[in-house]
Design a protein around this ligand. Structure first.
Ligand code: ATP
Ligand code: MG
Length: 287
């Protein structure tokens, strides 16, 4: 069902060819809500098992143009999971300390432990998105031996290797691109200006970034095509309809958790014997 949105290296993502507003997996909002409620219950149970088993961790990473609905979607995902072992890591403009280190340093610091789920609000992909579009690496401190023409290409390789390294060490990475249209983004910026309770979200620089729209689309295309792998796939989700986007995201996370197939740890016979002895003791106490 999710195959059409999934990129695992077996097909190319072409930004211009993908619709941002189709709703082919569920045509109406009410049904989507109902299905999401069912998905949430399943997700909740699987997460509890993941946390109990502590064998594998999960990163669900979100990237998008501004106003695509990243924050709302993340809030929604977090609401339907238990707070134990689930957290959000938001990656903003790097601090001086972060910039003094390699670009994956701050990312590795937020990698979940086995049993945990980390929701990444932006990520290391910023370094091949805004980093590529604005050529930030050219003005950041670097050694003379660095070939600036190869920085982005090398980062794709670093990222593939980093995610595969995590996979081999029991941490999966699932990457979600919320694909909004330029027109829909304009509408959402307008509502941030017109509706007082949304004013705080509006920033003039977001509108200025629209000048670079095509360059960002190209950067997304290149980033996705260079880092989509079987173990760490990308999903490109149509984002013009928020209700549909959230529904598809719930299907992606559920599908991933099902594939991870966590199980409650089985108690050994020896431990069970101990449990039974303790049970007798407790029962005596309440007699
Ligand atoms: P968001 O836009 O994610 O909702 P925000 O508006 O609350 O967050 P911003 O200050 O806009 O906060 O933080 C995100 C900004 O940080 C984005 O413009 C993003 O491109 C930038 N950013 C994140 N990581 C990097 C990076 N590695 N290098 C440069 N800029 C980065
Ligand atoms: Mg912002």
């Amino acid at each position: 069902m999710l195959k059409k949105y999934r990129y695992d290296g077996s097909k190319k993502f072409r930004s211009k060819k993908e619709s941002t507003k189709e709703t082919s997996l569920c045509s109406d909002k009410e049904t989507a809500k109902k299905k999401m409620a069912e998905n949430n219950e399943e997700m909740d149970l699987l997460q509890q098992k993941l946390y109990a088993e502590k064998k594998e961790g999960l990163i669900v990473l979100f990237q998008a143009m501004d106003a695509a609905g990243k924050d709302g979607t993340i809030t929604h995902v977090l609401q339907c999971l238990s707070p134990h072992g689930v957290y959000e890591a938001a990656f903003k403009v790097p601090s001086a300390t972060e910039l003094a280190h390699d670009y994956l340093w701050r990312i590795h610091d937020q990698v979940p432990a086995k049993g945990e789920i980390a929701i990444f609000n932006r990520s290391h992909y910023e370094d091949v998105l805004i980093g590529k579009v604005k050529e930030l690496y050219k003005t950041q401190a670097h050694s003379d031996r660095i070939d600036l023409d190869k920085v982005i290409e090398y980062r794709y390789e670093d990222i593939r290797n980093f995610e595969e390294y995590l996979y081999r060490n029991n941490i999966r990475t699932v990457k979600i691109f919320l694909n909004v249209s330029k027109k829909e983004q304009a509408k959402r910026f307008l509502s941030r200006i017109e509706e007082p309770e949304k004013n705080w979200k509006f920033s003039a620089s977001d509108v200025e970034e629209r000048e670079y729209w095509d360059a960002y689309q190209e950067a997304f295309e290149d980033a996705i095509n260079n880092t989509a792998t079987k173990h760490s796939p990308w999903y490109v989700v149509p984002a013009d309809h928020k209700w549909y986007m959230r529904y598809v995201v719930s299907e992606i996370i559920l599908d991933t958790l099902k594939d991870m197939d966590p199980q409650y740890p089985v108690v050994t016979e020896e431990r069970m014997e101990k449990f039974n002895a303790l049970k007798e003791r407790l029962e005596k106490e309440i007699q």
